[in-house]
Design a binder for this molecule. Structure first.
Ligand SMILES: NC(=O)c1ccc[n+]([C@@H]2O[C@H](COP(=O)([O-])OP(=O)(O)OC[C@H]3O[C@@H](n4cnc5c(N)ncnc54)[C@H](OP(=O)(O)O)[C@@H]3O)[C@@H](O)[C@H]2O)c1
Length: 334
């Protein structure tokens, strides 16, 4: 039977490159592009079909920053498929990111220089907004909308005969110090992106504890530093081009400058080929590229504890109950 992969945020960047790599590996795979913008999704589908004319590629419209849209997409996916083998939770945003020149110069002459250049921790200022669902936009888009999607798709994901994989696109920028259980949506802080990615790591660990027995496995990846629409919002494309020789040189010290979406999708692609039962749930899978341009996946233990992951998971369940009631939807459809 054909395997099915649903990929959120497949219309550009890492998500689009991943679709191409998946089809290259298994042209019989059904690839479902779960995108907010159907025009862009169609363009991606057409581009993929020009490379793989016999590929089976569908589109489902979903805005993961809008819960009604997530519920609608889940209903649509349940109509089309009986089982999902892979759900790539890849869509993500950073709101109005700006590099702080002062922090950059200070960081450059400090002991944290390499850490700053590889994680961007403390380097940027960002914004955030409240969505019509009454949630912080970065939290809802990067994590909570995806969490609701998983919960709604449980019947398609939980099967002991055929395990399923959740593969989240997290980040090396996910820092414990930017996350607080008391303000897990990060409405008070300045590091909404980092907080949402740390929250993603916690959610993945808790999902494993709750769902492994039902045949569902979750992993998180970091794609490295990749030139995509997201990074072009931080600095204009021409600035990245100017910085390119420096970044290529920095590959001597760090392997996180993956730079192209193809390289950035390395860890997601590697996970696609693994038996999920064999994966360590407490590590993050990093896409890496060597100075000579060789791609590989590196596992690094995450800085978190399972108690915190479980407490956060309970908060997500409470929030799920509250918002589904607020928008007038039945709580947890099976
Ligand atoms: N680029 C990097 O260096 C880097 C590093 C670490 C982690 N990441 C993560 O990698 C993932 C992919 O990002 P990217 O770098 O490939 O950037 P990108 O090209 O901007 O891709 C982001 C994707 O997410 C989609 N998206 C955004 N908001 C959405 C929403 N509300 N509903 C549905 N889809 C939505 C976008 O759709 P539209 O086309 O409609 O906007 C786009 O397809 C993100 O989770 C990001 O946080 C990237």
């Amino acid at each position: 039977m054909r395997r099915v992969a649903v990929i959120t945020g497949a219309s550009s960047g890492i998500g689009a490159a991943l679709c191409e790599r998946l089809l290259h590996e298994d042209v019989g795979l059904h690839v479902c592009l779960a995108c907010r913008n159907t025009e862009k999704a169609n363009a991606t589908r057409n581009r993929l079909l020009s490379i793989f004319p016999n590929a089976d590629i569908s589109i489902v419209q979903v805005d993961v920053g809008n819960l009604k849209s997530v519920l609608h997409a889940a209903t649509e996916i349940k109509k089309r498929f009986n089982h999902l083998d892979y759900l790539f939770l890849n869509a993500g945003i950073m709101v109005n990111p700006r590099v702080s020149l002062g922090a950059f110069v200070r960081g450059l002459f400090s002991r944290r220089a390499i850490q700053m250049l590889t994680t961007a921790d403390g380097l940027m200022t960002q914004g955030d907004r409240v969505t019509p669902d009454g949630l912080q936009e970065v939290f809802e888009t990067n994590l909570f909308g995806h969490f609701i999607l998983i919960r709604q798709l449980e019947p398609l994901l939980c099967s002991l005969e055929k395990p399923s994989q959740l593969i989240w696109t997290s980040s090396v920028n996910a820092c414990k110090s930017n996350f607080s259980l008391d303000d897990y949506q990060h409405s008070q802080g300045q590091e909404a992106y980092s907080s949402s990615k740390y929250a993603t790591d916690l959610a993945s660990v808790a999902l494993n504890n709750h769902f492994n027995k039902q045949g569902l496995y979750s992993s998180v990846v970091c794609p490295g530093v990749v030139m995509t629409n997201m990074t072009f919002e931080i600095l204009p494309a021409f600035m990245w081009k100017l910085l390119l020789p420096i970044m290529l040189l920095l590959r001597i010290f760090t392997k996180t400058y993956t730079l192209t979406p193809y390289n950035g999708a390395e860890a997601q692609f590697w996970l696609f080929k693994q038996k999920p039962e064999s994966l360590n749930p407490l590590v993050k899978f990093h896409s890496c590229t060597t100075f000579f341009g060789k791609n590989y996946t590196e596992m690094r233990k995450m800085d978190l504890n399972e108690n915190l992951a479980e407490k956060f998971y309970q908060k997500l369940l409470e929030l799920e109950k509250e918002v589904l009631m607020r928008i007038g939807e039945p709580q947890h459809k099976k």
